[in-house]
Design a protein around this ligand. Sequence first.
Ligand code: ADP
Ligand code: ZN
Length: 753
Amino acid sequence: MVVNSGSTVGSGPATPAKLRAVIKQHWGFNELRPLQAAAMQTFLAGRDSLLVLPTGGGKSLCYQAPAVLRGDTTVVISPLIALMKDQVDGLRACGVPAVQINSSQSPDELRAAERSIADGKIRLVFASPERMATSSFRALLKQINVQRFAIDEAHCISHWGHDFRPDYRQLGDLKRLFPQASIHAFTATATEPVRADIAAQLGLQNPEILVGYFDRPNLTYTVEPRSDQYTQILEVLKRHRGEAGIIYCIRRKDVEELTDWLKQRRIKALPYHAGMDQADRVASQDQFMQEKCQVVVATVAFGMGINRSNIRFVLHTGMPKSIEHYQQETGRAGRDGLEAECVLLYSGADTATWQYIIEKSIADSEAEVDPEYLESARRHLADMENFCRPVKCRHRSLVEYFGQTYDADNCGACDLCLGNNERVPESTTIAQKILSCVYRVHENFGVTHVTAVLRGANLAAIRERGHNELSTYGILKAHSQRELTDWISQLIGQGLLTQTTSEFRVLKLNPASWAVMRGQLQVTLHQTVAAGTGNQADSSRPRTRRSSEAASASWEGVDRELFEHLTAVRLQQAELRRVPPYLVFNDATLRELARVRPASVESLASIYGVGESKLRDFGPAFLAALDEHCRARQLTRDQPAALKSSSGPASPASISGTKATAYSLFRQGATIEKVMKQTDRARATVLQYLCSFLLEEPQSSVQKWVAEDTCRRVTKVAETIGTETLRPIFEALDGAVTYDDIKIVVAHLRSSQ
Ligand code: ADP
Ligand code: ZN
C-alpha cells in the first residue's frame, strides 16, 4: 500500500478550515458528525478531554484528523491487537502514516516501526497498555517529545465499567511521565460513575467532557417473544440473505448447536466463544472480517475489535444481561450509517437462566463475592427485562436509560412504532384459559404439554393421563403452538405465572395467577407481525411486516446489480492488497457509487468516503468497472447523490428521501406549511424534520418559522431553566407559546450550544 507522508494542507496555525481540508483530503468526508468538531478542538488546543459517543459515532476521527494536521506523533492506546492492526491498515489506506507496536510483531518489524517513529515519520502510533508500561517505549516517546495521547476504550480503566482491564490501570502514570502532553479519552460507555472514574484514574486536568447523543436512528429494534426459535432465526436470515450479521447466544452450548443446525441447512455460519481453541477463534473472526463468511454465531465474547462496518443485523437469541451489553452488542450493526436490524428473541425464562449462570460463576470462583455486585447484576437484569416488554418505543427506552431525552413521538424504527407488535384482542380471557389449564393439570407439567392440551392435540401422552377429558382440552385450538408458547412466556415474564428452574421447567400458579383467574387483574398480551403471514385474529387488516423508512430510503436510486458488481470489485482489490474489504470502501460509499455512477475522476472524488489516496489507489479499478457496467446497459452517469447520505449514523437525514426533500426546502426558507404540502407529510413529521435540520445545519436565526418576539421569549426562559425538557419552558411561559414553537427554538438553541 502506498503511504505518503501526511497532509498537504500547508503549515501555520491549525484552523477549523484546515482541519476540514485534511478530513476531505484523507477521508473524503464533507461534514463532521455531532461533537467531532468540539472533540478535535480540545485535541488541537491541548486540553484534556473525555468523549463519550455510541459505537459507530465516529470517535477515531477525533484524534486521527488532528494528529495529521499537527504533523507530529500522536500515541493511541488500544486494548486489542486486532483493533490496532485494523486501524493502522485503515489509516494507511487513507494515506496516513501509522504503525502499531505490540507483541504480534516480529523483532524486525518492531525495529523498523521504532525507527520510523524515531525519524518522526509517523503520525499515529498504536500501542497496548502493556507496551506503554515498558521503559524502552517510554524513552522512545520522550525522545520524540510526544504531546498527545488518545486512550481508546477508556472505560477499561474503570472498575465500574463492564470491561475492566487491570493493565489499563498503569495508564494512571501517563500524566506524571508526560506532564506536558494532553490526554484524550474515548469510550462508548455512558453512565456517570464510569465517566467520573475514567477522568479520575487518568488524572485528567480540567477535562472537557463531551457526551454525545445515544440514539442510533439507523438501527431498527425488534423484540419478539421466543417461541419457535429456529424458525424465527431463519426468518431473520431470510430477510438478510447474503448480508453480514452476528447471532448472539447466551451459552456456549447454544452457539455450537445453532451453528451445527445452520450447517445442516447449508447456511455458512462460524462459531465463536471463549471455550474454543484460540486458533479456531481467530480463524472465525478473520473470516468474518475479511467478508469470507457473513454470519457468526457467538457468545458475548465476540465483539470488541469487530470494526466491520457493514453488519446489517444483530440477532439475540436470548436476553442480554444488561442494557449496556445490549447497546454495545447491537451497536456493532450499521456502523456505516446505513440501515440495520436488531432482533431480540426474548423469553420470560431468560432472567432465571442468567441468575443461574451468575450464581454458578460465583460458586465456581474462589473469590469472595461482593454483595453489591450481586445486587447490581440483579438490577441490570430487571432493567433489561423491562426493556423487553412491549410498552415503550425502543429508541426512547434506550436513550432515556442513558439519561437523555427523546423528542420524537414515533421513531419509525422499532417494532412498536412500526406497528409490528400489537395487542392481542381478548388477552385477559386467553390468559385465564391458559392459567386454568395449568390448574387442571395440577401444576405438574411444562409448556409443551400445556400447549398441547390447550390445542386439543391427539397425543398418547394426553390420553394416558385423561387430559383429553379436561374442560380446557382444545379450548384454544384456533391458535398455533407458536402463539401459545409465546403467550405463556409473556405471562411468565409479567410474573403472572411461574416456571420452576428444575430440569422439567414445570408451570406453577402464583397469587397473581389467581388474581387473573378471578378477574381482578387485566392482562395485555402482544403478538409480533410475522413476515407475510395473515392475521388470524383480525383478518380485515393487511399484516405484512413493515420495515423502517431508513431501509427503503437508503437504497433509493441505487442500481442493485451494479452495487453487487462493485462489491466483487472491492473484494478483489482487498485481496490484492491484503486488507479487509471494508477498508477499501464501506457499503455507504459503494451504494453512493451505484447511485451516482460517476463518469470521471473528478466526480468520483466528490463521492462520500473517497479521499485522495483511495482515489489514486482504487479509482482506476472502480471507474473501469463503472464504465463497463454502464456502457453495457446504457445507463446514464453522474446522477444526483443522496442528500447528506455522507454523515452516517448520527444523521437521521441520511436515511430518508422525504426528509432530504424537506431539508432542501428548509434551506430555501420554506415554511412548515409549504413543506407539508410538498412532501405530503403531517405537521408533526415536518416539525421533526425541521428540528433535526436545525441541529444538523445550524442556522443564524429561526425567524422564518417562529415570530421574532416568541423566539426571544423562549430563549430568555431557556437561558435560566435550560433546554433539557420542554414542559418547564411551556409552563414558565404560562402556556402562551405552543409546544411546536418551543421545540423549534430549543432545537435552534441546542444547535448553537
Ligand atoms: P467509533 O469508534 O465511535 O465506534 P468509528 O470511529 O469507527 O466509530 O467510526 C464509524 C464509521 O463512521 C467509520 O466508518 C468512519 O469512517 C465513519 N465516520 C467517522 N466520522 C465521519 C464523518 N464525519 N463523516 C462520515 N463518516 C464518518
Ligand atoms: Zn419506536
